[in-house]
Design a protein around this ligand. Structure first.
Ligand SMILES: Cc1cc2nc3c(=O)[nH]c(=O)nc-3n(C[C@H](O)[C@H](O)[C@H](O)COP(=O)(O)OP(=O)(O)OC[C@H]3O[C@@H](n4cnc5c(N)ncnc54)[C@H](O)[C@@H]3O)c2cc1C
Length: 626
């Protein structure tokens, strides 16, 4: 139970989280679930869990991440379900491994609910103030300084400052400091990081203009409907709540009242040859092309000027019009991110069918910010340079709410465990996208804003979104992240699935055919036993997936076993790579910086080749037997 704001060095918090974006919120909540007393400091309490860009959660690989966050007791999934205004299962006609839930959210409802969750948590104190520096004693972080002149002390500190470090926004030649339009900048922390040897680099990202809905001619656009039956993100609606605050339906013509939940329509249109012409004519005014922005941007989320330059021959680029909420007439123009001057933005918008009369109510802009190279972290997301200092979210060079939230969850768990003298919990590449994300970041680093793709996961066939809670059951058995009842429910579900898979494989329907044979032949579910058809939709889908793709899944499991052999060979933190005969100098340098924790991790470092690994393997085998 928290006792109010504490500033006494002798009575520190267990965990202090700096920043209440997607990473910070999950970090604070996860740490509190692990039993830590948490202080979360944020520059602006009105922007807790703000979606800086697109008002949507999920999508390819990201949707699977959100379900993993939910499986581990995180809040993002439930918060999305309770503030979503359109659900869509992407790739619903393809195999389960690539199906991904996505939801359009009411942006304000999302923020307010997450803020409320923090406020209601008795282990968390929330306070608005900007963290300006670190308090370091003997290479260990013991607290933070704020611009209010107040110092706070913590056993672990988690930095989740997103795009705010030395952030500079650009609209044409106009520049302003701030991590987000209308928001603050964080300067002092960057100076401290540099002073304590943490390497910082620059990235940039951008966002499109927002339009006034009543100025859009929707008749000239194409309608995008959501799914009639929503695929929710949370496995269990633990709060048993109704939708959060979005039930007031306002004036909305695009709200389908007949749905059990309020859902909206989105719309699509396309850029035209006139759009391309305007952009080409004004390219010299784009800070990106003028050289005013030096940071690297997200390759997979390019600005519209980038798209026109790189894919000039393409006839029009698709633009999605997405409402920012039920109680606002503000529309997000997905696909039109730009940093061109405002008057050019206006011309660009009005060159698009349906937007001829559109009124911009917020300009598009780009933001440049500092990020800390993530190879300076361990797999628990603790700094290799400063003890008890953890990093999560966009500051680690990632892009996206889901990637940030996943890291927040991992840093939250491990910062709490560090504060409570417990061993770190490591998420493996074989367990899910969260493990792939963390391992990619700390092992390979990133030279452009990192976003998750299914192709980054070598065992992606096993990472279908319905199986997340089954995959993480072993972790849930050792960390207190979900209730005992929920754990029990997962154990029962796993048992039920195993029993059904076995029954389908062995029980004969016709002379030579088992149920599994029918499933593999793609026969209608009606041929399956009636008690099977009565199971919950997700349980049914998991059983069918395991039966249908049995051969492929077994092959993946064998690959994991092989990988685990080298994952078991640990490398001590103090291991010296200097002067090892046969180990190339370039590899030795990389290994000394990244300090891999296992031989498998060493093997994944780019530039470290199989002969280097053989040398290490012999050496480690020797030291293990001595
Ligand atoms: C303009 C813009 C465009 C974007 N476009 C895209 C996109 O196209 N695609 C995409 O995937 N992602 C995009 N993003 C990124 C996306 O918003 C982030 O990936 C995600 O929000 C990161 O979450 P986070 O928790 O790490 O940081 P943020 O959500 O940025 O949250 C950081 C939090 O920390 C607080 N904070 C910062 N410094 C301090 C301090 N010193 N003291 C106290 N509090 C502090 C802030 O107030 C904020 O609450 C964009 C972001 C911006 C700003």
């Amino acid at each position: 139970m928290n006792t109010g704001l504490k500033t006494d060095e002798l009575n520190p918090y267990d965990v202090i989280v700096c920043g209440a974006g997607h990473a910070g919120c999950e970090a604070a909540l996860a740490a509190s679930r692990c039993g830590a007393e948490v202080l979360i400091l944020t520059g602006n309490l009105d922007t807790v869990a703000q979606m800086s860009c697109n008002p949507a959660i999920g999508g390819q690989a990201k949707g699977q991440i959100v379900r993993e966050i939910d499986a581990l007791g995180g809040e993002m999934a439930l918060n999305t379900d309770l503030s979503a205004i359109q659900f869509k299962l992407l790739n619903s006609s393809k195999g389960p491994a690539v199906q991904a839930p996505r939801a359009q959210c009411d942006k304000k409802a999302y923020q307010l609910r997450m803020k409320h969750v923090l406020e209601l948590n008795e282990n968390i104190t929330t306070f608005q103030s900007i963290v300006d520096g670190l308090i370091i004693k003997k290479d260990k972080c013991v607290g933070v300084k704020t611009t209010l002149g107040i110092n706070f002390y913590g056993k672990s500190i988690v930095v989740t400052t997103g795009t705010f470090l030395r952030a500079l926004m650009h609209v044409g030649k106009e520049k302003a400091e701030g991590g987000r339009l209308g928001d603050h900048v964080a300067k002092g922390l960057s100076a401290d990081f540099t002073e304590y040897g943490i390497e910082l680099n620059r990235f940039k990202t951008g966002t499109p203009p927002r339009l006034l809905g009543r100025s859009i001619n929707f008749e000239k656009t194409e309608t995008q409907y959501g799914d009639k039956e929503p695929t929710k993100f949370a496995f269990y609606d633990t709060r048993n709540q109704e939708m959060f605050h979005v039930e007031q339906k306002g004036r909305w013509f695009h709200v389908e009242q007949s749905q059990p939940l309020p859902t909206v329509q989105c719309f699509t249109t396309r850029t035209t040859s006139q759009t391309a012409e305007i952009i080409n004519k004004n390219l010299h005014l784009s800070p990106l092309y003028k050289g005013d922005i030096s940071g690297t941007g997200p390759r997979y989320c390019p600005s519209v000027e980038d798209k026109i330059v790189r894919f000039g021959e393409k006839e029009g680029h698709r633009i999605y019009l997405e409402p920012e909420g039920i109680n606002t007439d503000e529309w997000y123009v997905n696909g039109l991110s730009t940093s061109l001057p405002f008057d050019v933005q206006k011309d660009v918008v009005q060159s698009i069918p349906g937007l001829e009369q559109a009124i911009i109510i917020r300009p598009a802009y780009a933001v440049e910010y500092d990020y800390a190279n993530p190879t300076q972290l361990t797999r628990s997301l603790e700094s290799l340079k400063i003890e008890s200092l953890f990093f999560a979210g966009q500051i680690n060079g990632t892009s996206g709410y889901e990637e940030a939230a996943a890291q927040g969850l991992v840093a939250g768990i491990n910062s709490a465990r560090k504060a409570l003298d417990q061993n770190p919990i490591i998420f493996g590449r074989d367990e899910g996208y969260i493990g792939v994300l963390i391992d990619d970041l700390v092992t390979k680093g990133t030279t452009e804003p990192y976003r998750m793709f299914t192709s980054r996961a070598e065992y992606r066939l096993l990472f279908n979104h319905t199986s997340s809670e089954l995959r993480y059951l072993p972790k849930l058995q050792i960390i207190n992240l979900v209730s005992r009842e929920r754990k029990q429910a997962i154990v029962s579900k796993a048992k039920l699935i195993n029993e059904w898979v076995l029954r389908m494989r062995t029980e004969k329907v016709y002379a030579n055919d088992t149920y599994a044979d029918l499933v593999k032949r793609g026969e209608n579910e009606m041929v399956l036993p009636e008690d099977f058809r009565k199971l919950h939709k997700e349980t049914r889908s998991e059983i069918l997936y395991r039966v249908k793709y049995e051969g492929y899944l077994l092959r993946e499991l064998k690959n994991i076993d092989r990988m685990k052999d080298s994952e078991r060979i640990k490398i001590p933190k103090s291991f010296s790579y200097e002067d090892i005969p046969g180990l190339r100098k370039e590899s030795a340098e990389k290994l000394s910086v990244i300090k891999p924790e296992t031989l498998a991790q060493a093997n994944r470092i780019s530039g470290v080749n199989p002969s280097d690994i053989s040398v290490l393997m012999i050496l480690l085998a020797k030291s293990n037997t001595n």
